[in-house]
Write a protein that binds this ligand. Structure first.
Ligand code: COA
Length: 256
């Protein structure tokens, strides 16, 4: 039903694969819309506990926003492109209650790295290359990259990476804390699924609230500690809390 992406649901994991191999999985408007629908659908499904996003082929996760689509845009159209994209995909993914793991299997450039950074965390294959090359095109990152890269790797490193428009390899990204693990390309999805299996042992309701609380630190005008207190309190009124604490006291595994 999608033209530019593939989705597969198995063992409570939704695998979303961006599938434009002849364009190195570049994000055009249609792909962003399809990704929005796929993420929304997976987040709302009761039989999905973790979402993994990756790119098709062995070369690219996503080589950026589709340059051919915006090369002729005016200033207003440029701003609209960024606003719409952030709303539909990048902020949308960040704020999902279902954990999103980006499995970066090759180039993650521009909008590709921005999608990986909007995901809740990232793992990568050892051939991966990451960067925000927008200044080489005469623009700046527009899908949240200037904000999230500095949040993840610190201001100085983000400044250098954006100003030089250069790429870093997976090992450097690991050292910077941009990704959590590096493995071979052949083992990348298995690693993502193994991490997903650990996540799925825990309360999905609590995990959704934890995502919201951690994100609260990065929202202007929101006190993250207050958010944490509110969400912590809300947990006490959930079935998951009852099950988790009862299971502990009965010395058995919780069944969420
Ligand atoms: N937008 C549109 N098309 C893209 C693209 C993008 N971001 N990235 C790659 N493609 C297309 C290429 O135009 C080419 O299409 P064609 O065969 O119809 O000419 C195809 O994907 C393959 O890319 P190619 O450049 O031939 O591969 P390569 O191995 O020589 O180089 C990259 C790989 C990733 C270094 C190079 O494609 C690149 O620099 N891409 C743009 C990265 C970028 O600036 N992204 C930020 C956008 S804001």
């Amino acid at each position: 039903m999608y033209k530019n992406i593939l989705t597969q649901r198995e063992n409570k994991i939704e695998l979303i694969t961006i599938n434009r191999p002849d364009k190195l999985n570049a994000l055009n408007k249609e792909t962003i819309q399809e990704l929005h629908e796929a993420f929304k659908n997976a987040d709302e499904a009761t039989d999905v506990r973790v979402i993994i996003v990756t790119g098709t082929g062995e070369k690219a996760f996503v080589a950026g926003a589709d340059i051919s689509e915006f090369a002729h845009f005016s200033a207003d159209q440029g701003a609209e492109l960024a606003r719409k994209g952030q709303e539909l995909l990048f902020d949308f993914v960040q704020n999902l209650k279902t954990p999103v793991i980006a499995a970066v299997n090759g180039f993650a450039l521009g909008g590709g790295l921005e999608l990986a950074m909007a995901s809740h965390f990232r793992i990568a294959s050892d051939n991966a290359k990451m960067g925000l090359p927008e200044t080489s095109l005469g623009v700046i990152p527009g899908y949240g990259g200037t904000q999230r890269l500095a949040q993840l790797i610190g201001k100085g490193r983000a400044m250098e990476l954006v100003m030089t428009a250069s790429m870093i390899d997976a090992q450097t990204a690991l050292n910077y804390g941009l990704i959590n693990h590096v493995t071979t390309q052949a083992e990348l999805l298995d690693l993502a699924k193994n991490i997903a299996a650990k996540i799925m042992k825990n309360s999905p309701v609590a995990i959704g609230k934890a995502i919201e609380a951690i994100n609260a630190n990065y929202i202007d005008g929101v006190n993250g500690f207050e958010t944490e207190i509110r969400l912590f309190g809300e947990c006490f009124a959930t079935k998951d809390f009852k099950e988790g604490t009862t299971a502990f006291l009965e010395k058995r595994k919780a069944n969420f």
